[in-house]
Design a protein around this ligand. Sequence first.
Ligand code: GCV
Length: 697
Amino acid sequence: MSVTPADPGLAPDIDPAWLPDEALRAVGSRRVRVDGEGPLADTVRAEAAYACERFGGRIVGPGDRPDLLLRLADDSLGGEGGEGGEGGGSGGNGEDCPRHPEGFTLHRTLDRTTVTASAAAPAGLLHGYFHVVRLGEAAFTPAPAATHRPALTPRMLDHWDNVDVHPVMGQVERGYAGGSLFWRDGRPRDEPHRIRAYARLLASCGIDALAVNNVNVHATEARLLTDRLDDVAAIADLLRPYGIRTHLSVSCAAPVLLGGQATADPLDPHVRAWWRETADRVYARIPDFGGFVVKADSEGQPGPFAYGRSHADGANLLADALAPHGGIVHWRAFVYDHRQDWRDRTTDRARAAHDHFAPLDGEFRPNAILQVKHGPIDFQTREPVSPVIGAMPRTRIAVELQATQEYTGQQWHVCALAPMWSQVLRFRPHGEDGPGVAGVAAGDGGGRGGGGGLVAVSNAGADPFWTGHPLAQFNLYAFGRLAWQPDADPASLLDEWIELTFTPNRTADPDRLRAGLRHVVGGSWETYEKYTAPLGVGFMVQPGHHYGPSVDGYEYSPWGTYHFADRDGVGVDRSRATGTGYAAQYGKPWSDTYETPDTCPDELLLFFHHVPYGHVLRSGKTVIQHIYDTHFEGVTEAEAARALWASLKDLVSPARHARVTERYEEQVRCAREWRDQVNSYFLRKSGVPDRHGRRIH
Ligand code: GCV
C-alpha cells in the first residue's frame, strides 16, 4: 500500500506547527533510502520523498550510496561503537533495545558516509526518521552510535470531543482550540487532510495512541461503539499510517443503552456476553483497535457502584472482552463525591481516588490499566503527586496529564507545562530508593507485569493553529517527547521545539529570536502560578468554565472546598494528626514530609496545612506578604513577556505574531484581575496591610 503523507502544501489553512517544510531541509537535501515493506515503511518513504522534492535531494535505490539509510534490520545494534544516547529512563539494555518495536539505532560514525537508522520493526523506522528530522544537520555529523526506544507505552492522547454539540460544553469539553478535529454537529467532520496532518505531527513527537471521544459519554458518543463504528474506523484509517492506534471512550451503561439488556451489572453473564460480542465486532472492523477508556461512577457517569460491584469488577469485565484481541482498557481513577457539604470537614476530595482504588491493588487484569490524574484533585496549577501512583505496585498505572489548559489559562495565557510534568515524572513516591513516577508508568519494579504509559487530555482542535494559542503547541509537543523520554530536560525540549517551529537560522536575528522565545515560554508556568492561586491552594477559578479568578467560586459548592480562608489563616489541614488524614496516604518519606508545616515544601504549604497569615516561609516572608508580592510580580512578568513578544515582530510570521499578541492582551488583562481579586480578598480577610504600601484594589 502506498501512502501519501500529510502535505502541508495541501492545507494552506493549517499551521505546520513543528513540522514546517524548513525543518525538513537537512533530510530533504540528501540522498535517502528506505529499506522496508509495509504501510509504515511506505509512510517513511513518502515523507522522505516529500522532503527531497522540496530541497533538491532524492530517493535512491539499492544500487546507490545514500546519505541517509533507514532500514529494517535484525542487527540494529550493529556492532559500531555500542549503545549510547538517550536511554530515556527506559533502562534499556543492549539486547532488548533493537527488539523494541518502536526503537531504532542511529549510526553516524566518522568512517562511514552513510548515516543509518536501523529498526527491528516499521514503527522504529518512523520514529527514527523523525528523530533525524529533529536533529537536522547535526544528524549528519559524527557521533557514537545511539539506540533509542520509548520509555513509556502507550503514549496516548485523550480527546474530550463530543460528537453532538453539548449544550454546555460545546463541541469539545474544555477545548480551547475551536471545534473538534473529528466531529461536527453530530457527524464526522470529514476533513481527512486535517486528521492526517495531525497524525503526522503526533507521530513526529512520539505519540502512538489516541482516544477519539469524550470520557463523558453522551448518547451519540455511546453509539460509536455499535452502529456508528464506521465513523471510528474512518479515523483509524487516517491515524494508522502514522503508527497511531485508535481507542474509544465507552459508557458502562452501554449494555442497557445500546444492547437492550436489563442490567449493566459487571458480573451478569448476559452483560459479559454482550461486551464480548461487541468487542469482537469492533475488532472485526478495526483489527488494530487499541481498546476502551472508561470514566465510571464519576461526575454523573454510570458505573459498577450501582450494582454493588467494585471498580476492579467493572474494569475486568471490559478487559476480558478485549483480551482475546490484545486490547486494553484504561479505567480512570477519577472517582470522588461531587455532592459534598462544605460544612463537613471530614470529606476531602483529595483522598477519594486512594480511598477507592488502593484497596483494589492486585485485583485488576493484566490488560486493565488504571489511569490516574497526576495530582489528587484536578489538574490545578500546583498539586502534589497523587498518592495512588505509589500505592498500587500490583496494578498497571497510566499517569494522566492535561495538555488542554482547563485551569491554567485556557490557551489564552502562555503556560508551558513541561516543567510541571517533568517534576511529576521525576517524583519518587517511596523516596530515593524506589522507582519514580515515570518508572511506575513504565512498569519498573513491582509485580504489575507492565506499565500503563502516559496519557494527556489533548489541547488540539480545528483552530488553524491547532491549539488556539500558537505557543500552546509546545505543550502538545513536550507531552509526546516526555512520554518517550521522561527524563528529558524541559529546557532542551523547548529549544528543540523552537528550532523546529521557528527555524531561527532562517531569520535575520536567530539569537534574539531564540532568547526571546525561551524567555516568554520558559518560565511561563511560574508566572501563571504567581498571579493565580497561591502556595498550592486550587480552584480559585470561576465555577463552570474555570477561567479567571473567583476566590470563593467553589468554596461553598458541593464539588469540594479548597482554601478555608478565615480572618486568621488559610489552607486545608490534610495532616494525619489534626486534619483529613490525606498526608498519611503517602508512603515514607512523603507522609512525614507533608505532615507538618515545618517540613512541607512551601509551594504546597496551603494544600496540606491551614496556617496563620503570619506564618513565615523559607523565603523569610510571611504567607500574606508572599501572596501580595507574587501577585504583583506575576503581573509585571506577564507585562514584560507581552513587551518582549512585541519586539519579536520582525522575526515571526505575521499571522502567528498577531495571534499571540491578541492573546497577550487578554492574558495581561486577566492577570491584573487575578492580582486585584486575590490581593483584596486576603487584605479584607486578614486586615494585614502590604508592607510596601502598594495600592490593593
Ligand atoms: C471530562 C474535570 C473537568 C471535566 C472533566 C473531568 C474528568 O472535572 O472539569 O470537564 O470531564 O475533570 O477528568 O473527567
